[in-house]
Design a protein around this ligand. Sequence first.
Ligand SMILES: [Ca+2]
Ligand SMILES: [Ca+2]
Length: 272
Amino acid sequence: MKYLFVFFAFMLILLTSCTKTLEQAVSSDNSQKNGNDTANVSNTSINQNSPIIIYVENDFTIIGGSRNGSFNSIYDYYYNNKELEDLYNINSNRTEVDCELLKQNDLIVFYDINAESYNVICDNVELVFVHSTPHLIPNMKNELEISVNKAIGISCDWEVFPRKPVFNGNTAVVDIDGNGVMDEIRWEFSQCDESGVDETKLIINYNGKEYVRQATTPLYIREYSVLNIMDLNGNGKLEIVEYTYDYGVKYTILGISEEGFIEYISYGYGDY
Ligand SMILES: [Ca+2]
Ligand SMILES: [Ca+2]
């Protein structure tokens, strides 16, 4: 009995010291990264419940978010202590919402395809309706002074992107899963007049094996591209942000594994 007690006491001490070491490691790691991101910004907070915000041609849209490593659609969060479906049913006007996902003074860092990053501060979030679809539009306190017309914004304290350009035209070479084997991402789309069918293709060579994601559509495709490749949920693996512009707009957050593509978030609207 006595030995049992001594054993448990020893285990307790061991556990406590391990937890403390872990806490210290995490906090020093975070402070370093926060320091980099917030160097020129004061009065901000990092939102651990990170939104994913798309910036295209001067418009911001929240397409979902991640929480503790899981991806969620905009419907999975609370607004004014209600679910988005409730607000959608009772109110079709443009309204400012108290959004669980993104709050006033949250710092959002936007990343473009050239691996440049830009800080903006959230002022408020509005619920608006486009083609009867609810959209969450963040209004910012400062201008996004950006040299390109597309970027992805996220509010987190993990490393979201290899801080160097990986894109060359419609190809990117980057180690998606960080295993030391480089992966290649390439995209293309063709407008085919004869068949009346357009085609988009995303080809990934992932750790030496090729995966193809292909769509053929009678819709006229204006643009198809990869907006960026970033870690959007903090699990250390990069996701691909796919953009399709035909009669509507669609953003898809894609993952890749040995089993193929995974659609984590698909967000779209338009005239069909
Ligand atoms: Ca790899
Ligand atoms: Ca990830």
